[in-house]
Design a protein around this ligand. Structure first.
Ligand code: UDX
Length: 432
């Protein structure tokens, strides 16, 4: 199939590359000429394990190319994906200007029956707006499909190539068939294609993310409660997760959820409810807990040290989660800004996110090449992202480097008992 992907960001690049890898002819489009030039040279603007190799392979085999010329890409394509950004608008709802502008340009460029697919996370009702926008500018036949993306950063290729499910929302039988063919290589009986109407598909994406965010905030509340009653949240987590109805995933307390999806999607859903005269109280509480959680490590440090003024702290992990360089809504921002505001100095290490972190903190903090370099003379270490390389460090070496052996573990990656034995003052979340 000939496919065009409008928007070569995270979702667009991953989807385009994976469709090319299953034999389709794919053109990825972006208005950012610099980004396209970079991609044409085989340089990848984001960090995602395995993506660079797969892009290079498919570019070399001439199934994948990059352009700024939307009209040419659309004219030759049977399926056009809209994967442009949907930043947060003024009311908290997603801003659709890029989606609708792409839709209009697609409408003007189409030459044959085209399936236009919303891949960006968009509010319920967007497919109808996209349809109206295109219909205004063309006589050519087309259908609109809502096909939300569920991939996780850091595991995006795996998620795309072996999805739990593929959601296809459309009212058209013809478009349903095309989409079914396109996704056939990625699905098996146990990870099905779920066909539904566009509105249900659009809401599915928000509902899934809101549910996952709810689980995280719930566990963060439980962790806070564990501290008050003297229980250990890790036991509680395992005891809960063993119930098949609950399951283990997404029950890890932490420094709050971040990233490009959860915070934005929860907020958008609350805004949607409000627009329709409905308070989604549960989700508002989920947001409140998350805000509190992002402040919790600094509060623990304040309680321990009294004042943070003039002290120096190390931070391990800047990205919002491991295996990405993404800093969007990263809890590290709240932690570091909190420390700086209290007069502390920060030395930080992240295996890949230094470049993106520099855009956030500039020269206000010190960045180190190696995790141990951040520890020299510090009053405490904050573990903010659970990168694998932080899980089994040389604790004796750490103790020698640090001024005082204090660890605030925002991801509960160390065992409290062992840390005490090693002579650390250890503060996790909800641990005994
Ligand atoms: C998420 C969804 O998982 C994905 O399906 C959707 O398409 C986009 O949003 P992503 O933002 O890449 O993906 O990251 P994810 O792994 O889901 O983690 C989100 C946040 O929740 C991170 O900040 C993570 O640290 C936090 N988290 C996750 C927890 O605090 N505890 C958990 O148990 C799991």
């Amino acid at each position: 199939m000939h496919i065009a992907i409008i928007g070569s960001g995270y979702v667009g690049l991953v989807a385009g590359t994976c469709f090319a890898d299953s034999g389709n002819d794919v053109i990825c489009v972006d208005i950012n000429a610099e980004k396209i030039a970079q991609l044409q040279r085989g340089e990848i603007p984001i960090y995602e394990p395995g993506l660079e190799e797969l892009i290079r392979k498919n570019t070399r085999e001439r199934r994948l190319s990059f352009t700024t010329e939307l009209a040419t890409a659309v004219a030759r394509s049977q399926v056009v994906f809209i994967a442009v950004g949907t930043p947060e608008g003024e009311s908290g709802e997603a801003d659709l200007q890029y989606v609708l502008s792409a839709a209009e340009q697609i409408g003007r460029a189409m030459q044959q029956y085209t399936v236009v697919v919303d891949k960006s996370t968009v509010p319920v009702g967007t497919a109808d707006k996209v349809r109206e926008t295109i219909a205004r500018v063309t006589q050519v036949e087309f259908d609109v499909v809502s096909n939300p993306e569920f991939l996780k950063e850091g595991a995006a290729l795996e998620d795309f190539l072996k999805p739990d499910r593929v959601v296809i929302g459309t009212e058209s039988e013809r478009a349903r068939k095309v989409m079914g063919q396109l996704y056939a290589p990625f699905v098996r009986t146990e990870n099905p294609i779920l066909h539904m109407d566009t509105r249900s598909a659009e809401l599915t994406k928000y509902a899934a993310n809101a549910m996952l965010a709810t689980r995280i905030s719930f566990m963060n509340d439980m962790a806070a409660l564990c501290e008050k009653v003297g229980a250990d949240v890790d036991f509680v987590r395992k005891g809960m997760g063993a119930d098949k109805r609950i399951g283990y995933p997404f029950l890890f307390p932490g420094v709050g959820y971040g990233g490009s999806c959860f915070p934005k999607d929860v907020k958008a859903l609350v805004a949607k409810g409000r627009e329709l005269g409905m308070e989604l109280d549960l989700l508002r509480a989920v947001e409140r807990t998350n805000e509190r959680q992002k402040r919790t490590l600094v509060q623990k440090a304040l309680k321990h040290f009294g004042s943070l003024d003039g002290r120096t702290f190390a931070v391990w992990g800047l990205a919002f989660k491991p295996k990405t360089d993404d800093m969007r809504e990263a809890p590290s921002i709240e932690v570091i800004e909190g420390l700086l505001a209290k007069g502390a100095k920060v030395a930080a290490h992240d295996p890949v996110a230094e470049r993106t972190a520099r855009r956030v903190f500039g020269e206000r903090i010190r960045y180190t090449q190696l995790p141990y370099e951040a520890l020299e003379g510090v009053d405490a270490l904050f573990v903010v992202t659970e990168w694998n390389e932080f899980r089994h460090p040389d604790f004796e070496r750490m103790k020698k480097l640090m001024k005082t052996p204090v660890i605030l573990d925002g991801r509960n990656i160390y065992d409290p008992e062992r840390m005490r034995e090693l002579g650390f003052t250890y503060m996790g979340l909800g641990r005994r």
